[in-house]
Design a protein around this ligand. Structure first.
Ligand code: ATP
Ligand code: MG
Length: 538
């Protein structure tokens, strides 16, 4: 089986729609010039006349013919479309404000009907998607124009190259990977944005400086308000425990290469990490970027619905478009449930917007052919819409439980090392015994709190000091006991454990034991827990 690396181009999509005799097409893009250039090429190839209209200039023939027509009035423009002869495509620039006028909407519906019998199509080109409900059935398709591909970005960069000093030009030409990295750095931007970023880098550094380019890109992406281009700060070795999850991820580190495609491997789609707070779900997501050497985009689902910029539907499309342009990339959706909770009932509260946006996300997740790997994290499984959990959506759903003995030991080591302490100078067994039911985040906090205590008392950090500090930290697992049990119950049949289980000897001195835990979990011996079942440590 071969998996195409990229979906059909927007130009190809328009061609299909014209061939299929769609009379009203709506294209959303901020890049009018770029879209028109593609459409012009298409019309030349298909021997169609192309006429472009704007409210300031009326019609102008730009392919397979020449001439202008002074019809600035939108109603008259539509009359012209109906009367015009032959095979033609009419591009209407920024027509969306006129879609507020009932007469224009009515006329467009008639036009759609009349054009069906002809070889003419209308393409409305706007930076925003605003289609009144009366027209929804007549506008056959909305095409969200893709962002520039590698080749287009490279052409833009090369146009600026003559501005660099000759020695720099030579250096760039002699290293074929350099231009590749420059282009990669600007993927996800529009052509105008890319050109600006390159120009800025030229002015500042007299070359294409990768850091400047990436920094600018980060700013531009952040300005969209929904995505954040995340720097690799966390290393994969910063994640303690969760061997099963880590193995899964390590195994797929080359899965986005063409070699993997040739071998017959499908593109990994994504994973959902659910589980107890503070167990390293977000940390793992961040660390995958470094492991796979892929850019990581963090999506704030809440912002999609915040209504500060654009409509929610459009925001979702922008996110997808940006991720696909940057691909291969990781799209990290943190706290998924915060954005998509209650999609079932939202019909009453927000006119079904959440459901629609969620629906389009799910469809994309399942059908995407671009190498965008989704890592979604959540800790309230109850709030997740059941459709999300169905087979085929994610490659795998992992459950991240509180760390067991071995995992706690490796997490403790990581955090001691991070604070410049040699873990071999600590009694890890003792620390592991004293931290039953602690999450990774709490282990980290404990190390920091103990450091403060040590600093204050004029000693260095020691096992005894840590154990002493730990006595005062009540793990969240105590107050969340029931929720955690509920999560485990839920995960037993629906998710794969992130960590190997059933290897820890239960302890009687854990917080849960002291505060009362379910009786079946008490015992001295390690219970023989089968796959899919995790017992508490007590
Ligand atoms: N398995 C782990 N290994 C190393 N450090 C960990 C681990 N789990 C948690 N930590 C530490 O705790 C911090 C917080 O963890 P993180 O934000 O990844 O938890 P989370 O599972 O995403 O929690 P939440 O469900 O509340 O979002 C991490 O940045 C890290 O320092
Ligand atoms: Mg998190």
């Amino acid at each position: 089986m071969t998996v195409p690396d990229h979906k059909r181009s927007s130009k190809g999509e328009i061609e299909d729609l014209i061939k299929a005799r769609y009379s009203l097409i709506y294209v959303t893009s901020h890049e009018e010039e770029r879209v028109e250039e593609s459409v012009r090429k298409l019309c030349v190839e298909r021997e169609m006349r192309l006429e472009v209209w704007s409210v300031t200039e009326g019609f102008k023939v730009v392919a397979n013919g020449s001439g202008t027509r002074d019809v600035k009035d939108p109603m008259k423009a539509l009359d012209h479309v109906v009367r015009a002869e032959g095979r033609a495509l009419f591009v209407l620039r920024d027509f969306h404000p006129f879609l507020k006028e009932p007469a224009v909407v009515r006329r467009l519906r008639d036009v759609a009907h009349e054009l069906r019998k002809t070889k003419k199509s209308v393409l409305m080109l706007s930076p925003v998607t605003k289609i009144p409900p009366e027209l929804e059935k007549s506008v056959a398709a909305v095409v969200d124009w893709e962002l520039p591909n590698r080749q287009e970005i490279e052409e833009t960069a090369r146009r600026l190259l003559p501005n660099a000093p000759p020695a720099t030009q030579q250096m760039i030409e002699s290293d074929p990977t350099f231009m590749e990295r420059v282009v990669e750095g600007a993927l996800g931007l529009t052509l105008v944005e890319a050109a600006n970023v390159f120009a800025k880098s030229m002015v500042r550094t007299h070359t294409f400086d990768l850091e400047t380019i990436l920094e600018e890109k980060k700013q531009i992406i952040r300005k969209s308000g929904m995505l954040e281009y995340y720097e690799h700060r966390e290393e994969f070795s910063d994640v303690g425990g969760m061997e099963i999850l880590k193995d899964w991820l390590v195994k797929r580190r080359n899965a986005f290469s063409s070699r993997a495609r040739d071998f017959g491997l499908p593109l990994p789609k994504g994973i959902l990490l659910i589980g107890v707070p503070g167990t390293g779900k977000s940390l793992t997501a961040k660390a995958v970027g470094a492991l796979w050497q892929m850019p990581l985009l963090r999506l704030d689902v809440g912002k999609i619905f915040a209504g500060l910029v654009g409509s929610s539907e459009e925001n979702m499309r922008t996110v997808i478009k940006t991720a696909e342009a940057i691909a291969p990339a990781i799209l990290w959706i943190d706290e998924l449930e915060k954005g998509f909770s209650g999609t079932g009932s939202s019909g009453q509260t927000d006119g079904g917007t959440t459901s629609r946006v969620f629906g389009s996300f799910i469809t994309w997740l399942q059908e995407k052919t671009t190498p965008v790997f989704v890592i979604a994290t959540a800790n309230n499984v109850q709030q997740l819409p059941p459709e999300l959990l169905r087979k085929g959506r994610f490659d795998e759903i992992f459950f991240c439980d509180l760390p067991d003995r071995e995992d706690r030991s490796s997490i403790m080591e990581i955090h001691l090392r991070k604070k410049g302490r040699d873990p071999s100078r600590f009694d890890l067994d003792k620390l592991v015994d004293a931290t039953v039911d602690y999450s990774g985040a709490e282990l980290e906090q404990a190390v920091i709190a103990a450091l403060y205590d040590a600093f204050d008392s004029g000693n260095d950090l020691s096992t005894e000091g840590l154990v002493h500090t730990l006595r005062d930290i009540v793990p969240l697992a105590v107050t969340m006991r029931e929720q955690i049990e509920g999560m485990r119950e839920w995960a037993r049949t629906r998710a794969r454990p992130a960590s190997a289980r059933g290897r820890q000897a239960p302890k009687k001195d854990g917080w849960m034991a002291r505060y009362g835990a379910p009786a079946q979990n008490l015992g001295d011996k390690s219970p023989d827990v089968g796959d899919g079942e995790r017992k508490l440590e007590l």
